[in-house]
Design a protein around this ligand. Structure first.
Ligand SMILES: [Mn+2]
Length: 316
């Protein structure tokens, strides 16, 4: 597969960075631009000499302008690559997950070809609360990737993919040695695994990466990928929050752990003027809101939203 042909267009913003640059990549679809902008703002609040590599399927002009002002404000740099999503369209797609999850494979390969030797890959549904330098420049002690163990994982899933490594990681934060990635031809292996046996993967990108890197993982501290639906978020012991909760903190009506930190950063970002979604739109979101109301002791609101949930469920 010709990696360079997978990118339709490239935009570059901000200032060229020096030798000590931290290269950070994101892969997302256009619906995640705002969380991306908030995540980038949080990174730049705590870190200097950063160069972003954004791999996205589509982006509107006003969002490009916001990206540009974000990096200019902090004297950082940003490459925005418009990916041709056609390439991944036949790959497995799980409920709620867009083909953008495969963009990380492309990010690793493309950044290697650009001369980058280490890459920090991050999800856009995250927030940075501290310095990333220690993570980025850490010794991998002979391993090829640094990641954090996935806290909740059913045994059955590991069996289905014949996984035998010393631990299964969450693919939201990956510090990748790109030379090892390229020398081992991991890009081609990943693609052929997905083409040959797509049915066995439940979290396709994550399962494939775990198989590729079995026993080659340097286990980073969980402060680098702290999941907000596993425990409450405290900035003192967290460097990267991962909003794995459903729904995400950018829905006004939903409460989740660490939401206030996300909101504060969103208010500081170039997206602060974009209204956030006020009310649940789908059947599932209505059910979740009713549950949240009950949890918060708001009984009557809970009943109201439960009725709304039932009525849209019946009419669906
Ligand atoms: Mn995520």
């Amino acid at each position: 597969m010709d990696v360079e042909k997978m990118i339709r267009k490239e935009y570059v913003y901000g200032e060229k960075q020096g030798d000590n640059t931290i290269h950070i990549a994101f892969g997302l679809d256009k619906s995640y631009v705002r969380p991306l902008g908030v995540m980038m703002t949080s990174i730049l609040t705590y870190n200097k000499s950063v160069c972003f590599h954004v791999f996205i399927d589509e982006i509107e002009d006003n969002d490009l302008r916001r990206l540009e002002s974000t990096v200019e404000k902090y004297h950082a740099c940003c490459y925005c690559y418009i990916v041709n999503p056609e390439i991944f369209k036949d790959f497995p797609q799980t409920f709620g997950w867009h083909t953008a999850m495969y963009f990380r494979f492309l990010a690793f390969e493309h950044c290697y070809l650009k001369g980058i030797r280490r890459l920090l890959y991050l999800d856009a549904d995250m927030l940075c609360m501290g310095n990333l330098r220690e993570l980025y420049f850490m010794s991998l002690e002979g391993k090829e990737i640094a990641a954090v163990k996935d806290p909740g994982l059913p045994e059955g899933r590991l069996k289905r993919i014949d996984f035998t490594g010393d631990g299964y990681f969450n693919s939201g934060m990956l510090m990748v040695d790109l030379c090892a990635w390229h020398d081992n031809k991991n890009f081609d292996t990943a693609i052929s695994m997905l083409q040959k046996t797509p049915e066995r993967f439940e979290a396709p990108d994550q399962d494939v990466l775990n198989l590729l890197y079995a026993d080659k993982v340097y286990w980073a501290g969980k402060r680098y990928n702290q999941e907000n639906n596993v425990e409450d978020i405290y900035p003192e012991n967290t460097v990267i929050v991962h909003y794995t909760s459903t729904p995400k903190p950018w829905l006004a009506w939903y409460y989740c752990s660490g939401k206030n930190f996300w909101q504060q950063c969103s208010d500081m970002s170039e997206w602060s003027d974009v209204p956030i979604i006020q009310n649940p739109r789908t059947v599932r979101e209505k059910r979740l809101l009713s549950r949240t109301c009950f949890k918060k002791g708001n009984f009557w609101q809970g009943i109201i939203w439960y009725c709304r949930y039932l009525s849209s469920k019946i009419s669906a």
